[in-house]
Design a protein around this ligand. Structure first.
Ligand code: E4P
Length: 217
């Protein structure tokens, strides 16, 4: 399963990238706003830093303007993935840009039928938002299961990019279901290494080692 980092903060991306944990990056207008950076500049920097796909989202709502924005974003670097919302205009943009060879990430997906449309429109990635479904008391992981079944039934190439990840359990369940990619905030990716028994075991080893009076170096 690939790990994308869901942020536009260069330092945080670089830190995880150095550890080999970054297969790609996703941004959205809210994350660009939080970074305080110019979208074209920060996207260019991220794309130069990371080898994998870097999602940059269009902000127009009509297809012609979305396509124009997408073409401009795609010119930033070869690894740019144009992110479009799951609307009919977004699907039209997806079809046009994917036919031109541009990677497209269809975002704001909340139903399996929406995911089916995105695959038929040639999406490279579909981004179902599990956390926002959990927020309204609908199990987001049920959606991932349904999309996995549908995509496997018809051998669609579109990759399931689980988005709106809030917990380490979202990551675990995505892996168990067989999602292709997760995109998570850096803090969630870092938490994947945590376990209280690891901490307790290490403390015990350190205490016992101190009693030996030995050094390795
Ligand atoms: C990524 O592509 C999404 O924009 C992001 O995961 C949304 O996360 P949120 O629901 O926590 O804002």
């Amino acid at each position: 399963m690939k790990f994308f980092v869901d942020t536009a903060e260069i330092d945080q991306i670089a830190e995880l990238n150095d550890l080999g944990m970054v297969d790609g990056v996703t941004t959205n207008p809210s994350l660009i706003m939080k970074s305080g950076r110019d979208i074209l500049e920060v996207t260019k920097e991220i794309a130069a830093l990371v080898d994998g796909p870097v999602s940059a989202e269009v902000v127009a709502t009509e297809a012609a303007e979305m396509i124009a924005e997408g073409r401009k974003l795609a010119k930033i670097a070869e690894n740019i993935t144009v992110k479009v919302p799951l609307t009919w205009a977004g699907l039209q943009t997806c079809k046009t840009l994917s036919s031109e060879g541009t990677m497209v990430n269809v975002t704001l997906c909340f139903s399996a039928n929406q995911a089916l449309l995105a695959a038929k429109a040639g999406a490279t990635f579909i981004s179902p938002f599990v956390g926002r479904l959990d927020d309204i008391n609908i199990d987001g992981m049920d959606l991932i299961n349904d999309i996995r079944t549908i995509y496997d039934n018809y051998a669609f190439d579109t990759e399931i990019l689980v988005a709106s990840i809030r917990t380490v359990n979202h990551v675990l369940e995505s892996a168990l279901i067989g999602a292709d990619v997760i995109t998570a905030p850096p803090a969630v990716i870092k938490k994947l290494a945590d376990h209280p028994l690891t901490d307790a075991g290490l403390a015990q080893f350190m205490a016992d080692w101190a009693k030996t009076g030995q050094n390795i170096l």
